[in-house]
Design a protein around this ligand. Structure first.
Ligand code: PEP
Length: 243
């Protein structure tokens, strides 16, 4: 299966910025072996969709509500995202877990809502620095995975150590390999053979300089990229390192 390189643009950019970035990425994406997914803020989804028209690059959001509609001021439902042309959404990013109190149960409910609207959920899991230092990283992350995934999950998992996000620090390849092996085993135990088809992305300070070695680690099915996804050339350099 091709690796997936997903850009999480977080809360950055006007519609004009998003359109220009998506246009430049699309212009440089011809011939890439990997799959590409761009996740702009809600306000830039329509402009990004227009810029990506005619390209194979997929459009995704950064969150969705668990309900399909209703009295949820300020929230966005999965059917609304599908209506805008999204085929995916990030869910349970550590920034949302921390700042919005999203629990594993909330993430699981959102993953069900995403699937019901035909969206591929990119479910994020990851440990804090203190949890890693205490030797609990694999246990914590696998417990998060178990509680965040609905039965029959057919999306993507992103392993994102919290201490690596936006810090310029990354785990060693051996640590990435160990975590991804543990996650694969957990997926197989939970989903049976279907667990083999779930790509496990690595995320956390991926850039043009470290992408090749991180993407070469066993069971790494791609990357979830934050900061480096806001520059077309950096994002494309990561994508060129993917297979
Ligand atoms: C992220 O927040 O999903 C992320 C991976 O950020 P960064 O690449 O900036 O560390």
């Amino acid at each position: 299966m091709a690796q997936l390189i997903a850009g999480n643009w977080k809360m950055h950019g006007s519609r004009g910025f998003a359109a220009a970035l998506a246009t430049n990425i699309a212009a440089g994406a011809a011939g890439l072996a990997c799959d590409l997914l761009l996740c702009p803020p809600f306000t830039a989804l329509e402009a990004t969709a227009a810029a990506l028209r005619g390209s194979a690059i997929k459009l995704g959001a950064q969150d969705c509500h668990a309900a399909a509609s209703g009295a949820h001021t300020g929230d966005i439902a999965a059917p609304m995202l599908a209506d805008l042309g999204c085929t995916a959404t990030i869910l349970g990013h550590s920034e949302r877990r921390a700042a919005h109190g999203e629990t594993d149960a909330v993430v699981r409910a959102k993953a069900l809502a995403a699937a019901a609207s035909g969206l591929m959920a990119v479910v994020c899991v990851g440990e804090s620095a203190a949890e890693r230092d205490a030797g609990q990283a694999e246990a914590i992350v696998c417990a998060q995975l178990a509680a965040s995934l609905p039965d029959g999950f057919a999306g993507v998992v992103a392993y994102e150590p919290i201490w690596a996000i936006g810090t310029g620090r990354t785990p060693t390849e051996a640590d990435v390999a160990a975590m991804h092996a543990a996650l694969r085993a957990a997926l197989l135990a939970r989903l049976g053979v279907a667990g083999r088809g779930v790509r496990i992305l690595y995320g956390g300070s991926v850039n043009a300089g470290n992408a090749a070695r991180l993407l070469a680690v066993a069971e790494v099915g791609g990357a979830l990229v934050g900061g480096a996804s806001l520059d077309a050339e950096s994002f494309l350099a990561i994508a060129r390192a993917a297979t």
